[in-house]
Write a protein of this length. Sequence first.
Length: 157
Amino acid sequence: MTTYTARPIAPTVLKELRTTDDAGRPMAPLTDDEGGAPLRCCLRRSEPGERIALVSYAPLRRWAAETGAEPGAYDEQGPVFIHADDCPGPAPSNTYPFANAHRSVRRYSADGHILGGALVPTPNDEAFRNAFDDPTVALVHVRAVEYGCFLYEVRRG
């Protein structure tokens, strides 16, 4: 049985985003007074007092650059929260983070085109198994339903 892994934003990409985000803007760090922001660097919610930043991120564009895919109009960028400074990444036990609400599991083909999606009550192995049962699915994005924001990606194998 295959187990799927939530992938945070890679450390090399985080380093770039902490300088200039995918919209070409410099990072503007802030102190999170309330906590609760979904951090894409370590796949957990922020705690009060942490230094974080809201940056523009283009996950499909960056994946396409790795794979040679041509997502065309499916290339999009959107806001994500990250730590303003280096962090250790996700805890090993954090299998499917941000699972406290319905999520969209969006499937992409090897050329970066959307193949469809599913609304799931919580991300789990079954949701990803269903997504990857289609052999043309190369990548899955988990997104927040309320805003459509990218939370993390899951890849085959």
